[in-house]
Design a protein around this ligand. Structure first.
Ligand SMILES: [Zn+2]
Length: 92
């Protein structure tokens, strides 16, 4: 049996009362009906996607920092002689 409303409660704007989502329920989870956007599994999936994106970005940032540090380290140990001998390569 369908209930009339989604079981999700939202904070009303302006006052401090919660109002129930007025959308028609579509999915049934843990004994309650929810509309598509308030489906706990949909929300969890969205959250997981966001977390994955954040992790990927952090990994890229880490890689960038590691590369810069490695370059720094490598260049700091180059002799002037080496730099002069490899200048043409570097300019290309
Ligand atoms: Zn809803």
């Amino acid at each position: 049996m369908h209930e009339e409303q989604c079981s999700y409660w939202i904070w009303g704007s302006g006052d401090y009362r919660k109002i129930q989502c007025s959308k028609k329920p579509k999915v049934y989870r843990n004994g309650k009906w929810y509309c598509t956007i308030h489906d706990p599994e949909y929300i969890a999936a969205k959250q997981a996607k966001r977390d994955a994106a954040r992790k990927a970005k952090r990994f890229l940032d880490d890689t960038k920092i590691r590369r810069l540090k490695a370059q720094d380290h490598y260049c700091a140990n180059l002799s002037v002689e080496f730099m002069e001998n490899n200048q043409s390569e570097a300019v290309e």
